[in-house]
Design a protein around this ligand. Structure first.
Ligand code: HEM
Length: 357
């Protein structure tokens, strides 16, 4: 029997609430693209021409490119280029920082998913061979990194966090961006994530080459699956972890003025409701959204979407095994997600200490 969207959402919300006793955030589920700012995409800095990004299929005019470059520069104008002196600075009260991050979401619940994406994109540039990239240097604050097409829209999230950086100058940007993702996941009902402090900000020379983040579409399922593996294996992850991490698409939405894609994956984009994403992925009959570019999938009602890189998790046998496993087991998904996300945030870091230290 095919489940309807409402049935799956109701089921998932109930299971999630039972699983997460500290659930405390039910915010507006609507998020407009306008609320996310006016960011288009362009690669404009070191290594921008390397590899494909999730934006590679989105056409862009010169005006958009200029707007995008300006927007990236604007976002970065908030931030300090000076490497932070902070290093596991005991003067930072991380509980207070967490509370201030939660304050951002109290005003606008749709900002939570974008903070999660900021933490992931700050970390997902890691290359285990060259040991470059990752969250260690807090380099997402630089216009050069924000201007990578894959990071379109993240200048907004960088800007939202800047007043917190001003208030707690000793926290490093790397710590702030990763802590924002962890705080957002927990506030939206997701699992507890282990987080440690002590990233030390680096200067602009440490900005990783562009094109290190995964492409949503490489033209056909085999190429898209290979693209995911190339990127996540480079970080040191395996197929199970790729699928677990993809479950974050329970959150948030695509914005036409960022990635070019459009819409949320689930009916509750500001809630991390167990394995909802996997239940919907499996149970709905997804079809091509006609008359829309870039190519994406939609549910029969037209209200939900999937990227080609989401659908490929069903099409690839090894990925599908884990989709089935998580769709049937919210608890296991939360456990695996929590571990994989904590690992992601620490790729390439060193000398981290427990938050309370
Ligand atoms: C597997 C490869 C992945 C691809 C190709 C991909 C692609 C995308 C795209 C195209 C968007 C829309 C951005 C926008 O238009 O604003 C997006 C949003 C998002 N992604 Fe992913 N993603 C991937 C993996 C992940 C992972 C590993 C996480 C976290 C663990 C994640 C978390 C998110 C979140 C939370 C959003 C919503 C952001 C918002 O609402 O502003 N994604 N992703």
């Amino acid at each position: 029997m095919k489940l309807t969207v409402a049935m799956v959402a109701a089921l998932s919300a109930r299971e999630s609430l039972a699983f997460v006793p500290s659930f405390n955030a039910v915010r507006s589920t609507s998020s407009t693209a306008a609320a996310q700012g006016n960011m288009c995409t362009v690669r404009m800095a070191a290594g921008m021409d390397q590899g494909a990004s999730e934006m590679s299929s989105v056409p862009m005019g010169r005006k958009q490119m200029l707007q995008s470059a300006a927007a990236a520069a604007f976002g970065a104008a908030f931030v300090s280029a000076n490497p932070s002196q902070s290093f596991a600075d005991s003067s930072v009260d991380y509980k207070k920082v967490r509370a201030d991050i939660e304050g951002i979401m109290d005003k606008d619940g749709s900002k939570g998913p974008t903070l999660v994406r900021l933490a992931w994109h700050s970390s997902g540039t890691y290359d285990k061979i060259s040991k470059t990239g990752g969250s260690q240097g807090g380099t997402m604050r630089f216009s050069q990194e924000l201007a990578d097409g894959a990071n379109a829209g993240l200048n907004n999230a960088v800007g939202w966090l800047e007043p917190i950086k001003k208030k707690y100058p000793s926290i490093s940007y790397g710590d702030l961006y990763t802590l924002a993702g962890v705080t957002a996941i927990e506030k939206m009902g997701g699992p507890t994530i282990k987080w440690r402090s002590g990233r030390k900000d680096d200067d602009v020379a440490a900005v990783p080459p562009g094109g290190r983040l995964p492409a949503a579409d490489k033209g056909n399922p085999m190429a898209t699956a290979k693209g995911l593996r190339d990127v996540f294996y480079r970080m040191g992850f395996n197929d199970r972890e790729i699928v677990a991490l993809s479950g974050a698409h329970a959150l948030g939405r695509c914005h036409t003025d960022a990635s070019g894609y459009d819409g949320p994956w689930t009916p509750t984009p500001n809630l991390f409701t167990g394995a909802t994403y996997f239940k919907l992925l499996k149970s709905i009959s997804w079809s091509e959204r006609k008359d829309f570019t870039p190519f994406q999938y939609q549910d029969p009602s037209g209200s939900l979407m999937m990227l080609p890189s989401d659908i490929v998790l069903l099409e690839d046998k090894s990925f599908k095994k884990y989709v089935d496993m998580y769709a049937d087991n919210d608890k296991l998904f939360f456990e695996d997600f929590s571990k994989a996300f904590a690992t992601l945030l620490e790729l390439g870091t060193k000398d981290l200490v427990e938050e309370s230290a």
